[in-house]
Design a protein. Structure first.
Length: 438
């Protein structure tokens, strides 16, 4: 073994450039050359199994979780690669929802360390993690892999995977410094995962962007394009105890009154994408029992997750303006209160704090406690507070996220609600504290 234990292996992993922390630009964003060289040295592990490749601005992680659950309910061994993680890096790489063990992660990182030493240029941290997932899936002989894009599509290192099904969940303004300033440029970059002969599932419904995706699909030579609202849809989406009660239709079937144990109207739309992706993979309908069984097992930590009551405390990974708009709708629809709502918000640089906080103000949030995520890319809490005050919100600064939530709880009445959001780094710290009983 190159490493004596997993902490040593993770320290080696963390010694590589981390574009998740350093905010890549069009200049620094790597090409696929290093990634292709790395997987070439590993023996092209991604060719050992078929894949479903998922991109989009929001909803990728939830769609990946639901797709995994449906495939597993059908009896397949499913490898899933997502990012980022909330608590441990193991979460990113899983088999049928179970994260890779410490022993297996140590073993695959040991292999990567020996292989990476042969490269002319060291790979990035995300490239190594992606290669670790692709390699472990081959070692585990999974039947199918569900691969979530990290950023964009065309130049994301997951794009060494040729998906039999390629999914685009939604398009919104995010990472514009990398993907471009317009929705069209963002969509074009995400369409870069399309490959000849694949089936494409589009969750976006904007007519102009759908036309763009169809045009790229024609140019690439995909087999089929399924668009939400046309070939598939969530036709009914109602609040239920513990989640949503949804009706879905696909080219092959219709499914009524499916219980989805996730909060938020948007999860019905993600469920429609996941079901369409799974049926596109099989080329046939799944059947009511499989769909019910699969969705019943879905869990997406950190997305409209209730971590305490009296006062109600919610955590949500909304980290851009579209995500905050979805959160705001969900607060009104699923978590109404006669009391006050205190928002604990921390953001990364590159976000528009006024646009993000504006959605919360529109649904009656009057008080914001501003914090700084535990990230080199953290936006100063003072900048968030200035934006909040500019919207007429009361703003307080408590830099550390867990202390900020504690301050919110201390100032809340039993009938109030506290929502921590703005960055997955904030959600991760707050969730860990609640799980630890802090």
């Amino acid at each position: 073994m190159t490493f004596p234990d997993l902490p040593a292996a993770l320290a080696w992993l963390d010694s590589h450039i981390d574009f998740e922390s350093t905010a890549p630009t069009k200049v620094t964003l790597p090409s696929l050359d290093r990634m292709r060289a790395l997987i070439g040295l590993l023996g092209e592990p991604q060719s050992a199994y078929p894949a479903i490749h998922i991109t989009g601005t929001n909803g990728k992680g939830s769609t990946a979780a639901m797709t995994t659950a449906l495939l597993a309910a059908r009896g397949l061994a499913v490898g899933t690669y997502t990012s980022p993680n909330l608590a441990r890096v193991n979460e990113r790489i899983s088999r049928n929802g179970e994260p890779i063990s410490d022993e297996a992660l140590l073993e695959v990182l040991d292999t990567l360390a020996r292989v990476a030493s042969l490269m002319d240029e060291p790979p990035s941290r995300f490239e190594l993690l992606t290669a670790a997932a692709l390699t472990w899936f081959a070692d585990e002989a999974v039947d199918v892999a569900v691969i979530e894009v990290g950023l964009g599509g065309t130049w994301d290192c997951t794009n060494v995977v040729d998906g039999e099904v390629c999914v685009v969940t939604s398009i919104g303004f995010d990472h514009t410094e990398v993907l471009g300033p317009t929705l069209e440029s963002i969509a074009t970059d995400k369409a870069g995962i399309f490959v000849p002969g694949c089936r494409v599932v589009i969750g976006e419904v904007d007519p102009g962007l759908v036309a763009l995706f169809r045009r790229v699909a024609d140019e690439v030579g995909v087999a089929e394009v399924w668009v939400r609202g046309s070939e598939f849809a969530c036709t009914s989406n109602r609040v239920a105890v513990g989640g949503r009660l949804i009706d879905l239709r696909t080219p092959g079937a219709a499914y009524g009154e499916i219980l989805l144990p996730l909060h938020g109207y948007h999860q019905g739309e993600n469920a429609a994408c996941a079901l369409a992706a799974t049926e596109a993979f099989f080329g046939s309908a799944l059947g009511e029992e499989i769909v019910e069984e699969g969705f019943a097992t879905v869990s997406v930590p950190g997305r409209l997750e209730v971590v305490a009551r009296q006062p109600l405390v919610l955590i949500d990974g909304a980290h851009n303006a579209p995500g905050m708009a979805v959160l705001a709708r969900s607060l009104l629809e699923e978590f109404p209160t006669d009391g006050e709502t205190i928002a604990v918000v921390g953001m990364l640089t590159g976000r528009d704090p006024s646009a993000m906080l504006g959605s919360l103000a529109e649904v009656g949030v009057h008080s914001v406690i501003c914090c700084a995520p535990n990230s080199p890319r953290a936006m100063a809490a003072t900048e968030v507070a200035d934006a909040a005050r500019g919207l007429g919100l009361a703003a307080q600064i408590v830099d550390e996220p867990v202390q900020a939530v504690n301050a919110a709880i201390a100032g809340a009445q039993p009938g109030d609600r506290v929502v921590a959001c703005g960055s997955l780094y904030v959600v991760a710290d707050v969730r860990a504290a609640f799980l630890a009983g802090a």
